[in-house]
Design a binder for this molecule. Sequence first.
Ligand SMILES: [Zn+2]
Length: 117
Amino acid sequence: MATYREIASAMIGRPLRGTETVHHVNGDHSDNRPENLVVMTRVEHSRLHASALRGNRKNHKVDGTILADLERMAILGVLQDVGGNRAAAAERLGISLRKLQYRIAHYGVSRRRGQGG
Ligand SMILES: [Zn+2]
């Protein structure tokens, strides 16, 4: 039986790096469907969970709104890290560029220009 790390590495077409981890979008660690897995660095992952817990402690488990927040934070964080390059962000997140663009439109993730760091 494949572990979620094995499934995630198949999704992105390479082994996971030691600095990378897998986030279960819906919070269910037994749900290893590719669409439920997001590859991100440990830093991104802890940032995502910290922000989710800060604002939404009561509703941290599966919830449409919180799920949106989690994904939005993941997308925003990754986009920042790759300097707004959507193709690179999609690769980092382990989703197709098309899917990323859909999510950006869906969640209203705006592209910030002229901001360093
Ligand atoms: Zn997680």
